[in-house]
Design a protein around this ligand. Structure first.
Ligand SMILES: Cc1ncc(C[n+]2csc(CCOP(=O)(O)OP(=O)(O)O)c2C)c(N)n1
Ligand code: SF4
Length: 306
């Protein structure tokens, strides 16, 4: 199917958040943290004035990856671990189209772990939102890369998870993402602000949403997070958002709460810098070859367009 020559990315008349929700009733368990994410995302799409048929929500496989089904947007429910490559394809075909990936921590950091680095490093203009529940929920509770030590799981040892959790914030800053933040799915206001900032950011934006799974993860619960959630951007605690080294130091504190009962669980923006996006870099290459009398370059690049 030929793509239209121009894409209307924005609506001329604002829509309401409910206009970005589909009629399909979510099949998530009552109390699932992911409900907060779908609500915040619909609100953010409305605030960004996205044309529903232009913004593309891409997922993999998992409880969280059902999210595009509940949205009225262009949506792709792809393969487990392959949401980011699918999103890269969509972005390369139409760089002006907003592309949002909504996936689980297993999808993003386990089976799909190698896929998120290249688009982050190349600063492709897209947003990845991880619903981090510290478990593989859809397949009934195997430990995931963000599971804490000792967390029970259906394939875990009698002592629970043996491995230390990886740090999504450190990983994404190191990969070169230009917007890196964490938020909490029970705080609609904070999550809305963070998701909106991520969508407005020109470049690769990453948001880790702490999103409890009340069915399987009986440790990282709403009751656990509620008294511990702490906004690092408030009261000047972390304001040097363009300082990569400072962001990494701050990110290092992410799992302090695993070691100390009274330690806070941090949320907020860790890192935000403005750098050329991938599409701009490719445009410069086109210009370079045009200026150096290589007219076939445009034709070669166009061959890869759908
Ligand atoms: C290639 C492939 N491997 C494994 C599976 C089985 N599988 C489906 S979802 C899933 C894990 C889901 O965990 P996560 O991505 O964290 O999402 P959650 O269900 O917790 O929201 C696995 C292992 C699959 N569908 N496809
Ligand atoms: S199993 Fe957990 S993550 Fe999956 S829908 Fe139920 S509460 Fe949500």
């Amino acid at each position: 199917m030929a793509l239209p020559a121009t894409l209307n990315v924005h609506v001329t008349e604002p829509l309401k958040p409910k206009d970005y929700r589909s009629e399909i009733v979510p099949t998530w368990c009552p109390g699932c943290g992911d409900f907060g994410v779908v609500g915040a995302l619909a609100k953010a799409y409305a605030e960004q004035l996205y044309e529903p048929s232009s913004v593309t929500t891409v997922s993999g496989i998992g409880c969280s990856s059902r999210l595009p089904l509940w949205m009225n947007s262009f949506g792709i429910h792809s393969c487990h671990g392959r949401a980011v490559p699918v999103a890269i394809g969509a972005h390369l075909a139409r760089p002006e189209m907003p592309v949002v990936v909504t996936i689980g921590d297993g999808d993003c950091f386990s089976i799909g772990g190698g896929h998120i680095g290249p688009p982050a490093r190349r600063n492709m203009n897209m947003t990845v939102i991880v619903m981090d529940n510290g478990t593989f929920a859809l397949t009934k509770n195997q430990n995931s890369p963000t599971s804490r030590v000792g967390l029970p799981g259906s394939l875990a040892s009698g002592m629970g998870n043996l491995d230390e959790p990886m740090n999504p914030i450190e990983l994404m800053i190191t990969y070169g993402a230009t917007f890196v933040a964490q938020t909490y799915s029970a705080n609609a206001k904070h999550m809305g602000l963070i998701i909106n900032q991520a969508l407005s950011h020109k470049g690769f934006s990453f948001v880790n949403v702490l999103s409890p799974c009340p069915t399987y993860n009986k440790v990282d619960t709403f009751a656990y997070f509620k008294p511990r959630i702490h906004d690092i951007n408030e009261e000047g605690e972390h304001t040097t958002l363009t300082d990569r080294a400072a962001a990494l130091v701050k990110a290092g504190e992410l799992y302090e709460h695993h070691k100390r009962e009274d330690a806070p669980v941090p949320v907020g923006v860790y890192y935000k810098v403005d750098k050329p996006v991938y599409a701009e870099k490719v445009a410069k290459v086109r210009e370079y070859y045009k200026a150096t009398d290589n007219p076939q370059w445009d034709e070669i690049l166009d061959r890869f367009k759908p």
